[in-house]
Design a protein around this ligand. Structure first.
Ligand code: PEP
Ligand code: MN
Length: 343
């Protein structure tokens, strides 16, 4: 249920409604908007009696929300979610470009890629320190050492860092170093991890599971928001289909479908979406054109030597070309590509 406050309702009236909700054993989520404040209610298993709220001072109307997703929905919050990560604005008209290696392999490798993607116009750096690998014998990431490398490279480049927490045991440690905590495709429905991510105090990049529906993705995000963290970026990273010309199929149709229902920013990852480097540029172009709020692209100085996902990595010169094209398309789509500040 959603309680919409009148325009100009006082902070006191909002607190009274919040108090009333909480004293009924439910959770209140005040959502300040451009026009008015709304207060979402979650935690109810059945139907809530709305009569009492309607008569409270400052309340305009009470809306029943029939969809299973609530806090992520445009019914709860019509305006697009926007926030800043170390001065980089995310959402709205801003176009986010997260680039970097699949895995942090060494300080030198990470620093060199970071400097190059920054020069090309990326505004955040990615790199996995904890890697979810299909085989237990594959490179699993540098763990804490990897996080420290990322932090050092952030100091040197000013690029905010996006890195994955693969497990609830490492989430707090990752959140200590990361500017954005990534929850990977394989963990999209790891509900305890999602809850902890909702409590970690950092924005969350939530990647769509490779077999997840739009509804499942939005409900996974709902777990994070329900813990009081509204700063979630959704990411389409390709789904499993019967095709074998690429590793996955980038489902770009999900982008406008999400944007219709949800206020959360949604970006596309053409690297995992394709799994092969030759498809990354065309899919990146298409992602901008379909209206995505950003891109995540894997870049490596020597893809043939990469410890993970070398097949899909662009070399820095290819990424530079990608950015030239993305900039032109972003202009057509009336998007701004913010520049990372600092260093
Ligand atoms: C990654 O971003 O390197 C990654 C492992 O992504 P996904 O969870 O989409 O496979
Ligand atoms: Mn990868």
């Amino acid at each position: 249920m959603l309680i919409v406050m009148k325009m100009g309702a006082s902070a006191d009236q909002v607190s009274q409604v919040v108090h009333e909700i909480e004293s009924n054993g439910l959770k209140a989520h005040p959502i300040p908007g451009a026009q008015r404040t709304a207060i979402g209610i979650t935690g109810n298993l059945g139907v809530i009696e709305s009569g009492w709220f309607v008569s409270m001072p400052g309340v305009l109307e009470v809306i029943r929300v029939s969809h299973p997703y609530k806090l992520v929905s445009r019914e709860f919050k019509p305006e697009p979610t926007q926030f800043e990560v170390r001065g980089v604005p995310v959402g709205g008209e801003n176009f986010l470009v997260i680039a970097g290696p699949c895995s942090v392999e060494s300080y030198e490798q990470t620093r060199s890629v970071a400097q190059k993607v920054k020069e090309s116009g990326a505004n955040m750096l990615r790199g996995g320190a904890f890697k979810p690998r299909t085989s237990p014998y594959s490179f699993q990431g540098l763990a804490l050492e990897g996080l420290k490398i990322l932090a050092r490279v952030r100091e040197e480049t000013g690029l905010p860092i996006v890195t994955e927490a693969t497990d609830i045991d490492v989430l707090d440690q990752v959140a200590e170093y990361a500017d954005v905590v990534q929850i990977g495709a394989r963990n999209m429905q790891n509900f305890s991890l999602l809850r902890r991510a909702g409590q970690c105090g950092r924005p969350v990049l939530l990647k769509r599971g490779m077999s997840a529906t739009l509804k499942e993705l939005l409900l996974a995000a709902e777990y994070v928001l329900d813990q009081g963290n509204p700063q979630v970026i959704l990411c389409e990273r390709g789904i499993r289909t019967y095709t074998d010309h690429t590793r996955n199929t980038l489902d770009l149709s999900v982008v406008p479908a999400i944007q219709e229902i949800s206020h959360l920013p949604v970006i596309a990852d053409p690297s995992h979406g394709a799994g092969v480097s030759r498809s990354v540029l065309p899919l990146a172009r298409a992602s901008v054109a379909v209206g995505a709020d950003g891109l995540m692209v894997e870049v490596h100085g020597e893809p043939e030597k990469a410890l993970s996902d070398g097949d899909q990595a662009l070399v820095p010169t290819e990424f530079d070309q990608l950015m030239d094209e993305v900039r032109e398309l972003a202009l057509v789509m009336k998007r701004k590509i913010p520049v990372a500040v600092g260093a």
